[in-house]
Design a protein. Structure first.
Length: 317
């Protein structure tokens, strides 16, 4: 089926375009004497979330709310249930104090906020549930607060990891940056179109396609970053990358999507949001169950098992 091939093929320009964007935008920023740590907090952080953002913008423009919601929540579930879990199995993940008390609770708060905003039917007894444009603006406000928090950390010098920036000639960097943007747009469009057509042809809800294939594909940058960090025993990078991505996904990506076009939330999405909340809560609990603040190998195996059970639930459903 060529629609499925189009869907899968779309991930190649999407991910490669994101890498081009990050490398060349970082190089240009360095030439303006922007510190490496600022580049890491902005360009690199945005770059790893660029695939989800582009896919969701196209889905919102095309009025495909199931893909919007499924990609965001599915990416968060995949980030914890697969990426963080595999990273912990490779090497136990030590977690810094600031990550424990600020970033992990903020990721949990993001899950709670989206659950409340999407709870019109069972909280307000409304006829339908939706994340409206005003809800989207609220999510973006939370995201601005998160950026301000990162900026405060930067001023205090609480970051120990520096971002490696390549030295690329300005003209070449500009052209490659534009090429990266073009690839992102092309890949995002291919994925959304392919996902809609595959769901229609196979009679599978768009939500299921978004929660599985689309969310896994758009999470590939986080997968690569966290597994490499775990193998190098840079455990805080592995944890921070996932937690930060989950915060970005809800506050920035879902917020932007809702501002573009309100996101209707079907009742079938309640278990997905519940799973996202459960995994976010377990991260916080697991940090305190081992020696010191860490996520142990057995806890990684438990997270993998939960994801496998959730996947079976989706297939059976």
């Amino acid at each position: 089926m060529w629609y499925l091939l189009l869907l899968v093929a779309g991930f190649f320009p999407l991910i490669y375009g994101a890498n081009l964007l990050v490398d060349n935008a970082s190089s240009l920023a360095k030439r303006f004497n922007i510190p490496n740590i600022v580049i890491g907090l902005t360009i690199v952080a945005f770059g790893t979330s660029a695939p989800e953002l582009v896919v969701n913008i196209f889905a919102a423009i095309g009025k495909n709310p199931d893909i919007v919601m499924g990609n965001v929540i599915g990416s968060n579930i995949f980030n914890v249930g697969i990426i963080l879990a595999i990273s912990a199995v490779i090497y136990p993940l030590a977690v810094k104090k600031m990550t424990t008390w600020i970033e992990v609770p903020l990721a949990l708060l993001a899950g709670v906020v989206v659950f409340i905003l999407a709870g019109d039917q069972w909280i307000d007894k409304a006829g339908s549930a939706a994340i409206t444009r005003s809800d989207g603006m609220l999510l973006l406000l939370f995201f601005l607060i998160f950026l301000a928090y990162n900026y405060m950390l930067m001023l205090k010098g609480d970051f120990t990891e520096e971002t490696t920036v390549r030295d690329i000639p300005p003209l070449k960097a500009t052209l490659l940056l534009l090429a990266g943007l073009a690839l992102l747009v092309a890949g995002g469009r291919m994925i959304v179109y392919g996902a809609v057509e595959v769901a229609s042809a196979l009679g599978i809800p768009e939500r299921i396609i978004a929660l599985t294939i689309v969310s896994a594909g758009t999470s590939l940058p986080e997968l690569a970053t966290s597994i490499v960090a775990a193998r190098k025993k840079n455990t805080d990078i592995a944890v921070g990358n996932i937690v930060g991505s989950n915060i970005f996904n809800i506050f920035l990506i879902l917020g932007t999507s809702a501002v573009v076009y309100p996101v209707t939330v079907p009742e079938s999405a309640i278990p997905d949001m519940g799973m996202n909340l459960l995994l976010s809560f377990l991260i916080f609990i697991f940090i305190f169950t081992g020696k010191g603040r860490s996520i142990e190998r057995w806890e990684g195996i438990l997270l993998l098992s939960l994801y496998a059970g959730y996947l079976a639930f989706l297939i059976m459903g």
